[in-house]
Write a protein that binds this ligand. Structure first.
Ligand code: PGA
Length: 263
């Protein structure tokens, strides 16, 4: 099954970074990079995911970028609509503020904030029903990989959401494969291992949805300017979810360029 017609996504996950002044600096530098050598939106979808507090200001600051840069929420409430849920932001409230895409199921949320498979499925359901695009993160731990369970774990994570996603809603889902042992560690999955997992994910998706061949499957985990080209060359890797390197405008731009030019 070929995925060559898929426009790649390069998404910067800023996590709980940076301070406001540094965020402004980062955005200005990134805009300058795009101004000097624009990438067309047809070549690559570019997005950044700042902290919730900065979503709208970052969106305003990027409004005049030389190419569209989408602004993505890092998480969403498991509660839908509006109501007495102190501290929460629902999918409807994100949509109402012009935020169209959300990351769900990042391993840091699964491991540190009790986002169980049930919680993650509720978030996915609410986000899709509110009309958001979902970047759904999956990935195995080092122990699971060493026990030979990587494929089983990742495919189970896909199955976890299958019961809440309606047939046509698969078109609104981007998958991000992020092996936990590669996140923030400087260890990247080899292009061969990453490609093998991406192909397995696409095969798994094909059992569930007719959109499988068209779904972007991003790789995440220590993606850097110097390994982006090799990853981009893999058939089923349709982009990157970039943590640390997205906090450096030049690195992030180079990663986006690698995917834009290789795909
Ligand atoms: P990293 O993070 O690029 O810093 O490894 C990726 C992620 O967690 O999305």
């Amino acid at each position: 099954m070929s995925s060559s017609a898929i426009t790649p996504w390069v998404v910067g996950n800023w996590k709980m970074n940076p301070m406001q002044a540094d965020a402004q600096q980062l955005i200005q530098s990134f805009k300058q990079q795009l101004q000097q050598a624009p990438l067309s939106a047809a070549q690559c979808h570019i997005a950044v995911a700042p902290i919730a507090l900065h979503l709208l200001t970052v969106q305003q600051q990027l409004a005049d970028a030389a190419v569209p840069v989408a602004v993505v929420a890092q998480d969403v409430s498991r509660q839908a609509g509006t109501g007495a849920y102190t501290g929460e932001i629902s999918a409807e409230l994100l949509k109402d503020s012009g935020i169209d895409t959300v990351l769900i199921g990042h391993s840091e949320r699964r491991e540190l904030f009790a986002d169980t498979s049930v919680v993650v499925a509720e978030k996915v359901k609410n986000a899709l029903n509110a009309g958001l695009r979902v970047i759904y993160c999956v990935g195995e731990s080092l122990a699971q990989r060493e026990e030979g369970l990587a494929n089983q774990v990742v495919l189970q994570q896909i199955c976890d959401i299958a019961r809440v996603v309606q047939a046509e809603q698969w078109a609104q889902i981007v998958i991000a494969y992020e092996p936990i042992w590669a996140i923030g560690t400087g260890k990247t999955a080899s292009p061969e291992d990453a490609q093998a997992m991406h192909a397995a994910i696409r095969e798994g998706l094909a059992q569930i949805t007719a959109y499988a061949a068209k779904m972007p499957i991003l790789y995440g985990g220590s993606v850097k300017a110097d390994n982006a080209l090799q990853l981009a060359a893999c058939k089923d890797i349709n982009g990157a979810l970039v943590g640390g390197a997205s906090l450096d405008a030049q690195s992030f731009y180079q990663i986006a360029t690698a995917f834009a030019q290789t795909k």
